[in-house]
Write a protein that binds this ligand. Structure first.
Ligand code: GLN
Length: 381
């Protein structure tokens, strides 16, 4: 064997893959990896078929099919009030993760510091390290996982190049509030700090709260690359389609990497999504749709010994389990899957130090029957 120096020596297989594989193997109900167990709209599938049958099967333009970029511009203007030029400020990506990786690869230089908040989605830190950047993480704590802005201020310095935000937040299901936006604005004002804003769950916000997109605040918008995901918006995680928007000076750099990483994204899906998004109800209805599932799941969980944290957005519900066991969250998640037949994600996996607050993340993007069956099992735990 030729010796290699691993670029990510401490990285294993993602927890999502581990738990989903285990759930499949033992036949457990899979509330671990976040994906719907119901299908995307037949209308959308029909539109993809039509695109394929009408010969839309060769490379899309590098930045994405223009009709789709135009729809993204319209949606962003309507929801957040800001203008993005489809020609120069919007790029269609192979999902949110690719957009995040590309943004970091394009904008982070050797020894640049990047602030992230843990629990953090697991792709941020490896992408920063591969780019030669330095991860500066701050831990958030249950039950409310509020960003400690005074500590952020202390951490930020002249080497800080980027801060990664994620709202609605995976895994905690919290959302940024107006006050966070004010703190963030004060932090980056007159500083050379860029914002990478992971907004892949932008349309899944509950209880009539609003999504504070970076695109809503001109001062922040100018410094932000914003990432969204059609996987979440269209119940089609397997299509690996998403996009990113940002001011031209950032998007220029983004596209330099994008063109050599994926070049372009599959064509027929883009034509289909462009057509489908013309009906705004396709995304405006998502909050109600998922809130119903959240409420059903939460109601059922009150009959278990789990204790629920709040869920303001995303399709995740966090729960603690002090009344059940003092096992580590990882051990408990594995045992829950194998012995009790329900898979969930141990939240310690989202902390670089493995910090274990004894919290599991459940995905409720499931059919009512699936949730019902899972609840029947969880009640017995
Ligand atoms: N975003 C999904 C989740 O949080 C996982 C996606 C993946 O497995 N890479 O569960």
């Amino acid at each position: 064997m030729t010796p290699i120096v691993s670029k990510l020596p401490n990285t294993g297989t993602t927890i999502f893959t581990v738990l989903s594989a285990l759930a499949n193997k033992v036949g457990a109900i899979n509330l671990s990896q976040g994906f719907p167990d119901f299908d995307t709209s037949p209308i959308l599938i029909d539109l993809v078929n039509k695109a394929m049958l009408s010969g839309k099967n060769q490379y899309a333009p590098m930045a994405g099919v223009l009709a789709l970029r135009e729809q993204i511009a319209i949606k962003t203007k309507k929801l957040y009030g800001s203008n993005y030029n489809p020609e120069t400020e919007i790029t269609v990506t192979a999902g949110g993760t690719q957009a995040i990786f590309t943004a970091i690869a394009a904008l982070i230089n050797q020894n640049d510091e990047v602030i992230i908040f843990e629990p953090a989605y697991d792709c941020y830190a490896p992408a920063i390290r591969l780019a030669g950047g330095i991860v500066k993480s701050l831990e958030l704590e249950p039950p409310d996982y509020k960003i400690p802005w005074d500590m952020v201020k202390k951490l930020a310095n002249s080497k800080t190049r980027m801060i990664i935000l994620n709202s609605p937040h995976n895994p905690t299901a919290t959302i940024l509030q107006k006050q966070d936006i004010e703190e963030l604005s004060a932090l980056v004002r007159n500083q050379e700090i860029l914002i990478l804003s992971d907004e892949v769950y932008e349309h899944l916000i509950f209880d009539n709260q609003i999504h504070h997109s970076m695109a809503s605040y001109p001062e922040l918008q100018q410094k932000s690359i914003i990432v969204s995901s059609f996987g979440k918006t269209l119940h089609a995680t397997g299509w690996k389609a998403g996009y990113c928007i940002g001011p031209e000076y950032l998007m220029n750099e983004f596209r330099k990497v994008h063109q050599f990483l994926v070049f372009s994204v599959n064509t027929p899906m883009q034509y289909a999504i462009a057509e489908y998004l013309k009906d705004e109800n396709t995304y405006l209805g998502l909050s109600n749709f998922f809130q119903e599932k959240r409420d059903y799941f939460r109601e059922g969980m009150t009959q278990t010994r789990f204790e629920l944290l709040s869920s303001a957005g995303t399709y995740f519900q966090m729960a603690t389990y002090q009344k059940i066991t003092d096992e580590s969250d990882y051990d408990f998640a594995i045992r829950l899957t194998k012995e009790k037949g329900v898979a969930a994600i141990p939240v310690s996996s989202f902390y670089s130090k493995g910090t274990d607050h004894h919290v599991l993340r459940f995905c409720f993007a499931k059919q009512k029957e699936t949730l019902e069956k899972a609840l029947e099992k969880l009640i017995k735990v």
